[in-house]
Design a protein around this ligand. Structure first.
Ligand SMILES: NC(=O)c1ccc[n+]([C@@H]2O[C@H](COP(=O)([O-])OP(=O)(O)OC[C@H]3O[C@@H](n4cnc5c(N)ncnc54)[C@H](OP(=O)(O)O)[C@@H]3O)[C@@H](O)[C@H]2O)c1
Length: 273
């Protein structure tokens, strides 16, 4: 599996597994267990998904050593703030039943200083050894530039929506992150399934004897980002991780980039209230 190197030298898989809307409690334990068995080692959770307990249970009960699994969770909007960030992180790891989350992200920015106050708290928690890796999600270039006035510590990760339908909108933030040494994680890389029937995606998939999902995930990888596909089905888990034996040509990348039509799953963080 391809990997990404974090600033401290940690080597982490270049593909992760999404857990949002992965089902009810028993389903989530089963789904994450299957994902680990299928080879995923980066598991993306969040307080907001209400599944930290189940994700943690699957991680604890697996026979894979804890240090070989990379668990992400996120500070939800309601808990933004300096003091509340400390309390929220403690609550998340308690819920996970783990000593630490490998990566802690600010889930969404708000249109006030609480995102910056949260960042100061998260930086402190990394400095005192509580959290190995820290970052943000849904941050725009302006949000990231403002963070520089709050702390010298630049986020290690920015997790953003990324698929061909919003490439033109996201190109600037992807390039900014890459210039500033921030790893881009791509959420909703299949547009929650909404890009799988696209004709261009389908015809490129046919040429490579791959599925539309594999082409969309490969497109993310070739843009230098880490895709986080979610599926509840073991055969799709294996399919989604099997994307390293083919390469999209420049022409195919350009055709996929050209699919931009503004369709997105989540709100545009430029318009946060
Ligand atoms: N930071 C944020 O604000 C944020 C926002 C959204 C999502 N996320 C993270 O990103 C993860 C992924 O995004 P997402 O869940 O929105 O959507 P996604 O991964 O783009 O798409 C998931 C959908 O695609 C289907 N699917 C998956 N693999 C498939 C395949 N090979 N063939 C056909 N269909 C397939 C799944 O159905 P089945 O399950 O039935 O297979 C599911 O309906 C989330 O789970 C979450 O961890 C983060």
């Amino acid at each position: 599996m391809e990997t990404v190197e974090y600033r401290n030298g940690d080597i982490v898989p270049a593909i992760g597994f999404g857990t949002s809307h992965a089902g009810d409690e028993d389903d989530v334990v089963r789904v994450v267990t299957d994902a680990l068995q299928s080879g995923y080692r980066l598991i993306d959770s969040a307080k907001m998904y209400g599944n930290e307990a189940e994700v943690g249970k699957a991680v604890r009960e697996s026979d894979i050593p804890r240090e070989d699994i990379f668990v992400t969770t996120k500070l939800r909007k309601e808990d933004l703030g300096y003091e509340s960030a400390f309390t929220a992180y403690e609550s998340s790891i308690k819920e996970l039943g783990l000593d630490y989350a490998d990566l802690y992200l600010i889930h969404w920015p708000t249109n006030d200083s609480s995102r910056n106050d949260s960042w100061r708290a998260i930086v402190e928690m990394q400095a005192d050894g509580r959290i190995p890796h820290i970052g943000v999600s849904n941050f725009t270039v302006d949000h990231l530039e403002e963070l520089k006035t709050v702390s010298d510590v630049v986020p290690e990760v920015n997790q953003i929506e990324l698929h061909p339908y919003i490439w033109e909108e996201q190109r600037a933030i992807v390039e900014y992150c890459q210039k500033n040494g921030i790893i881009v994680q791509a959420y909703s890389p299949l547009l929650r399934g909404g890009a799988l029937d696209d004709q261009t995606v389908g015809s490129i998939a046919g040429l490579h004897h791959k599925t539309p999902a594999q082409v969309l995930l490969r497109w993310v990888v070739q843009h230098g980002a880490v895709p986080l596909p979610k599926t509840t089905k073991p055969e799709r888990m294996k399919q989604n991780i099997d994307i390293y034996d083919f390469e999209l040509t420049e022409e195919h990348m350009a055709s996929l980039d050209g699919l931009t039509n503004g369709q997105r799953f989540a709100a545009d963080p430029h318009n946060i209230a």
